[in-house]
Structure formats: structure tokens, C-alpha cells
Design a protein around this ligand. Structure first.
Ligand SMILES: Cc1cc2nc3c(=O)[nH]c(=O)nc-3n(C[C@H](O)[C@H](O)[C@H](O)COP(=O)(O)OP(=O)(O)OC[C@H]3O[C@@H](n4cnc5c(N)ncnc54)[C@H](O)[C@@H]3O)c2cc1C
Ligand code: FES
Length: 271
């Protein structure tokens, strides 16, 4: 019988420096990981244990997958010592993907903060791959400073795609910066889509998720059309340990993406 905790050996092909504390790891698992945008995996760092991350690459290209990871503590610190050629492990995928069928024919308004653009990139690339199925795609992204922006080159390329509209902000600009200065909600004063018919997708730090959700609700988005990445503490990833409990949900199984309609009655869902 297969052991669900057994990771698949995975080689690091490349490490891309995105910002001073965020890197994209290009990974080649021995066996294809059948993930869909929005799902996550447990990444094993030998000798240090494992941690959950969401692939940031397109689910249409699964042979090699990418994960964009911020260094915050023990496991990510150990990961940042790894080089191309080193071995990691992956188990998963876990959780539910974005319900892309429900997004068809609608405008999609994506809001990301910091490294939160990583899971959103997997979604964005999946949408762009089949762009005729969807309406317009709006991407609003905020980072602390221009140096903290991930995917700098790709953002410039994405801006050229038909039906894609991108706007960026930084909290403060310590170098020449031609876009907006302010937290990401400063990009949301005008929402150029029909909010009653569109879908909003959000990922970022909890405080950003809280204020972005409020802005979306004030603008008239129905709670059932606001999709939020709830990246709670996770351990098993299999719905068994209870670490990731959020009200009646286990975010590893019922999420990590939940709608505002699902979580609106939970006290302080963004803690
Ligand atoms: C479903 C899911 C998907 C995720 N996807 C990604 C991803 O694509 N990219 C990514 O970089 N991270 C992602 N994360 C977060 C990632 O799992 C954690 O950053 C990681 O587990 C931290 O491990 P650590 O041992 O390095 O830090 P720890 O030693 O456990 O933590 C060190 C300190 O950092 C704080 N910390 C922990 N996580 C974060 C965080 N995310 N942001 C800020 N501070 C934090 C802790 O509170 C603690 O104070 C995801 C989490 C979940 C649940
Ligand atoms: S992480 Fe164990 S139940 Fe969700």
C-alpha cells in the first residue's frame, strides 16, 4: 500500500533570486505531481522536516514545477542553503484547486500582496493559457518596496497580453518608481469590472487580506465570488491532525482557498 507521507524525490534544477528574501525554486520531481492551481504540496527539506507551499508555475506544464518561497524561519532558512543539483522531497497535491469552471465567461480581479503573488501566478498562468474561456483578467499587486516585487520581468511581459490589465503599488519607494505608492488597496479605488458578475481572488499577508476583502465587499462583490487563500498552520495536509482548523473547516482539505461566504461568520478569520 502507498504511504501518503512518503515524499517523491525531487531535484533542484535552478534557484532564481526574486528579491533579497524570496527565491523561486525550479524543481524536477521523479514522478509528475498532478497539481491544479490553488492546491499545495508539502516540501521536504532533508534533515529539517517539511513545510507547505503552493506551486507557482502553470499546471499545464507539470514535468518541472516552480515554487516561490520567502525565507521566514527554520525550514525556509535551510531551503535557502540549497543549490541546483540538491535533492528535496514533495508529497501531495493537497486541498482544493480554484474552481476554474465557475470562472469561465467572467472577468477575474486578482489582488496579491508580497509573496502572495506565488499561488496567484499559478492561477494567472492557467487563465492565460485558455484566455478565450474567460473575460478580462485584472491583476493588482502590492509589495513593500520596488526591490520586494517578485516576477519583475514576467510582470512586464504579462502586461502585453491582450485582455490582461496590471497595476502595481509599493508601500514606499526608496528608488525611482513610476507606479503608485501606497498599500495595495490604493489600486482598488476604481474597480473596472462589473462586480456583480466578476470573480475576485486574493492572496497575501492576513492584514492585507482583511482590508482587501473589505474593499471588495464595499465595491459590491458578492461574498460567494471572493476567493481567499487561507494559509493557516498546517502539518499533515491530510485532514487528520487538526492544526489547520478554521471554524468548521480544515483548510488543508476544504481550502486552502475558501470564499468569503464560507468564512464570513468566523470570528477574526484573518488572524
Ligand atoms: C497552503 C499553504 C501554502 C503556502 N504557500 C507558500 C508559498 O507559496 N510561498 C511561501 O513563501 N510560503 C508559503 N506558505 C507559508 C510557508 O508554509 C511558511 O512560510 C513556512 O512553513 C515557514 O516555515 P519555517 O520553518 O521557515 O518558519 P517557522 O520557523 O515555522 O516560522 C518562523 C517565523 O516566521 C513566521 N512565519 C511563518 N510563516 C510565515 C509567513 N508565511 N509569512 C510571514 N511570517 C511567517 C512564524 O510566525 C514565525 O514567527 C504557505 C503556507 C500554506 C499553509
Ligand atoms: S493540516 Fe492536519 S488537519 Fe489540516
Amino acid at each position: 500500500m502507498n504511504n501518503p507521507y512518503q515524499p517523491i524525490p525531487t531535484k533542484i534544477l535552478d534557484v532564481i533570486e526574486e528579491t533579497p528574501n524570496i527565491r523561486t525554486f525550479v524543481l524536477k520531481p521523479e514522478k509528475e505531481i498532478p497539481f491544479l492551481a490553488g492546491q499545495f504540496v508539502e516540501l521536504t527539506i532533508p534533515g529539517f522536516g517539511e513545510a507547505p507551499f503552493t506551486p507557482s508555475s502553470s499546471h499545464f506544464e507539470r514535468e518541472v514545477l516552480e515554487m516561490t518561497i520567502m525565507r521566514v524561519g527554520r525550514a525556509t532558512g535551510a531551503l535557502f542553503t540549497k543549490k541546483p543539483g540538491d535533492l528535496l522531497g514533495i508529497r501531495g497535491p493537497y486541498g482544493k484547486p480554484y474552481p476554474l469552471k465557475e470562472f469561465e465567461g467572467r472577468d477575474i480581479y486578482i489582488v496579491g500582496g508580497g509573496v502572495g503573488l506565488a499561488p496567484l501566478r499559478a492561477l494567472f498562468l492557467a487563465l492565460v493559457h485558455e484566455i478565450n474561456k474567460y473575460g478580462r483578467i485584472f491583476l493588482r499587486y502590492g509589495a513593500r518596496t520596488p526591490k520586494d516585487i517578485v516576477y519583475k520581468k514576467q510582470l512586464k511581459e504579462w502586461e502585453k497580453i491582450k485582455k490582461v490589465d496590471i497595476d502595481l503599488s509599493v508601500d514606499s519607494a526608496d528608488e525611482p518608481w513610476e507606479r503608485k505608492v501606497g498599500v495595495v488597496t490604493c489600486l482598488m479605488d476604481e474597480i473596472p469590472c462589473d462586480v456583480k458578475k466578476s470573480v475576485a481572488v486574493v492572496c497575501g499577508p492576513p492584514i492585507m487580506m482583511k482590508f482587501v476583502t473589505k474593499k471588495l465587499l464595499d465595491a459590491g462583490f458578492p461574498g460567494k465570488s471572493i476567493y481567499l487563500s487561507m494559509e493557516m498552520n498546517m502539518s499533515c495536509g491530510l485532514g487528520q491532525c487538526g492544526h489547520c482548523r478554521l471554524g468548521p473547516y480544515f483548510t488543508c482539505k476544504d481550502g486552502p482557498v475558501l470564499t468569503w461566504e464560507q468564512i464570513k461568520d468566523i470570528e477574526e478569520p484573518f488572524l
